[in-house]
Design a protein around this ligand. Structure first.
Ligand code: GLN
Length: 460
């Protein structure tokens, strides 16, 4: 049963919301001690909410589009009364005092928030090994990292602990763990979804987005959370399409991707593991068999993507963390955080102090414009850019990587954040039983085309 069929079954009374919740609680009780995908659970409240929904349905009352679906939330998105630690000791005692805009919308749509997902500390990582709450295990590739930083959400989907998980993506944090766990993850166009209530990593790059087991989990979530928010000035005012209806329509077509031009980038292949390229090529062939036309593209700036991204990230993160000084809430961050977070604060502080000379940050912003312009130019010739999500396979838990090796996981995902474009990862296949993702990127505000492509790709 796909996520839309499940949502419909609940609305028809064929499946009780309460059973959906209880089934997931059973799985969580069974598997979470090993996987560590959830770091806080909201069981009683979820059961109460499920009973209310079932009661409404029984009485013929209207319920929301997410009615009875079970949802996990990354630990950096404010949910009232739950612990919003951002995976850090710094905020271990911080209880959300309000609902972020996306959470309000999920609650209004009758989604059930089952708990809080594990993550890399302050979202600054690609492995979910840096969480204060312990490492998260990969259910799809046992013994390996789950990816990150939204690793808990991806692991929760992959081990069937919930229907939808909300993550945040600054340089790949939704797409990277989705790739390593073999699930669907979507980073919207910058500004499509409100960031109000998200704890910033790097505010000019951060976006909230969904993860799920199929396109309908993504589309139902987007239909709920996307759209203008008067409390958040970076949200776009444009009209939002109905993602779920569009995903449904695609399934009816004989050649669903007819007329769609997809670009494959030579430099993306060059930086990726050959086994990954082989699997990704097979999935690109599948898109071609669905009607898409392949175009070869070149991107000359691959070498400057990581330095540009990390420089901006350090500076914006340094600035975002000044409020964690131990006075208003939490502990003083420099005294309570882990190694990677401290590294970013220290380098970010250094760069900020040096900035009068315009040597670093200003240069990074110029490089960002170059990258954005080049990507937009490439997207003039095609509808989508397709390729690997992550250039290498996830390492075994326990192997200690140097910072640069860890950052190397992000080379293909940071581009979408730097350019502000929408991007998703879906399962391309496996290499040595380890899931590998296909990344699909589109023009700004062409989020719908990505959803349609995923829907076509998943036609049974
Ligand atoms: N791995 C990247 C980083 O460490 C991306 C993190 C993210 O998207 N939150 O910054």
């Amino acid at each position: 049963m796909n996520v839309l069929e499940k949502a419909n079954a609940i609305k028809n009374g064929e499946l009780k919301a309460l059973d959906n919740v209880n089934n997931y609680i059973k799985v969580i009780d069974d598997k979470n001690p090993e996987i560590n995908a959830f770091i806080e659970l909201n069981k009683e409240e979820s059961i109460k909410k499920a009973k209310e929904i079932d009661e409404k349905i029984k009485n013929g009352q209207e319920v929301g589009p997410l009615a009875g679906l079970v949802i996990g939330i990354k630990a950096n998105i404010n949910v009232e009364d739950l612990t919003i630690s951002a995976g850090s000791k710094t905020l271990e005692n911080y209880i959300g005092s309000y609902d972020a805009t996306v959470i309000k919308r999920i609650k209004d749509a009758d989604g059930i928030i089952i708990g809080i997902n594990n993550m890399d500390e302050f979202a600054a990582g690609s492995s979910t090994e840096t969480s204060y709450y312990g490492v998260c295990n990969n259910p799809a590739a046992p013994g390996r990292i789950v990816g990150g930083s939204s690793g808990g959400g991806a692991a929760a989907i992959a081990s069937e602990m919930c229907d939808i998980a909300l993550g945040s993506d600054t340089g790949g944090s939704i797409r990277n763990p989705s790739s390593h766990c073999g699930i669907d993850g979507f980073k919207p166009t910058y500004g499509l979804v409100s960031r109000q209530g998200l704890l910033d990593l790097s505010m000019s790059l951060d976006q909230i987005g969904p993860m799920s087991r199929d396109v309908y989990g993504l589309s139902l979530a987007l239909d709920t959370i996307a759209g203008y928010d008067e409390e958040e000035c970076t949200t776009l005012k444009n009209e939002i399409p109905n993602f779920t209806e569009a995903a449904k329509e695609v399934k009816e077509k004989e050649k669903p991707l007819e007329g769609m031009k997809i670009g494959k980038v030579k430099e993306f292949t060059e930086v990726s593991d050959s086994k990954i390229n082989k699997i990704v090529d097979e999935s690109i062939n599948k898109l071609i068999s669905l009607g898409a036309e392949l175009v070869e593209l070149n991107f000359d700036y691959i070498d400057i993507c990581l330095p540009t991204y990390y420089l901006i990230n350090y500076v914006e993160f340094f600035s975002a963390t000044r409020k964690y000084d131990g006075r208003d809430y939490g502990y003083r961050i420099e005294e309570s955080c882990g190694e990677e977070v401290l590294r970013r604060i220290e380098i970010g502080s250094y760069i900020s102090q040096q900035e009068y000379s315009g040597k670093f940050y200003k240069k990074a912003l110029q490089a960002r414009s170059l990258i954005r312009n080049e990507i937009n130019k490439m997207l003039k010739d095609v509808d989508l850019i397709v390729g690997p999500t992550v250039p290498k396979l996830p390492h075994k838990i326990g192997n200690k990587l140097e910072p640069m090796e860890m950052y190397a996981y992000d080379v293909l995902t940071v581009i979408a954040n730097l350019a502000g474009i929408p991007a998703a990862s879906i399962k391309a296949g496996t290499v040595d039983d380890i899931p590998v993702g296909l990344q699909i990127q589109a023009k700004p505000e062409d989020d719908l085309k990505i959803i349609q492509t995923i829907s076509a790709y998943e036609i049974e």
